[in-house]
Design a protein around this ligand. Structure first.
Ligand code: SF4
Length: 197
């Protein structure tokens, strides 16, 4: 018999970001307050959370939903052991205390390494409402122009096309595209590598 799991969804704290619905539209719907509906779930009157029993074949789908939820309101329990399979609650003080804290720091002069795959220039074009990222390959010649309005779509396109080959470069490009998106939306000047005003 296949293993059973319980999905516990805390509707009260859902912010309606729709990420769960976006990746698994069969499992999630949207209610009149723009919050997610866990299809087929029952409300637990005591906990005020919605619960759904699933079998192993659905476990990965719900893990994906739980991981993509920006406020982590989706938990999964193993029905046999009662233990949590996946429970992310970054707001709990005790979770913070149980792990080492790494203070962020970065020295660009010492730590930046050129990606052997090439580099990007990023510019915004407010009159066209577009961001353009120009990709220069290993020979420093222009190979592609990626254009869009949304940094998430743009960096995922860059990753899909395999135009970056280091974590550092991927992080850098994502950061620049996010700055460009904010500048475009807020009518701010954008200069690559400079902080936003
Ligand atoms: S991803 Fe989380 S916050 Fe967004 S709709 Fe789904 S449950 Fe709500």
């Amino acid at each position: 018999m296949s293993k059973k799991y319980k999905v516990v969804y805390d509707r009260e704290n859902c912010i309606g970001a729709n990420k769960c619905i976006g990746i698994h539209p069969k499992d999630w719907g949207k209610d009149t307050e723009d919050k997610a509906i866990l299809n087929g779930a029952q409300l637990n009157a005591q906990t005020k959370k919605f619960e759904l029993i699933i079998d192993e074949s659905k476990l990965n789908d719900f893990k994906e939903s739980a991981l993509i939820c920006p406020v982590y309101v989706i938990d999964i329990l193993d029905m046999e052991t009662g233990k949590t399979v996946l429970k992310i609650n970054p707001t709990k003080e005790k979770d913070k205390d149980n792990v080492p804290v790494i203070r962020a720091h970065y020295d660009s002069r010492k730590e930046w390494q050129m990606d052997p795959k090439g580099f990007f220039t990023v510019k915004i074009f407010p009159e066209e409402k577009l961001i353009r990222a120009r990709y220069y390959g290993e020979d420093h010649a222009l190979k592609f122009v990626i254009e869009g309005t949304n940094s998430e779509e743009m960096y995922n396109t860059i990753v899909r096309e395999k135009l970056v080959s280091t974590f550092q470069h991927a992080g850098y490009v994502g950061n620049e595209l996010m700055k460009a998106e904010i500048a475009l939306k807020k009518n701010l000047p954008y200069v690559q590598d400079d902080p936003l005003p």
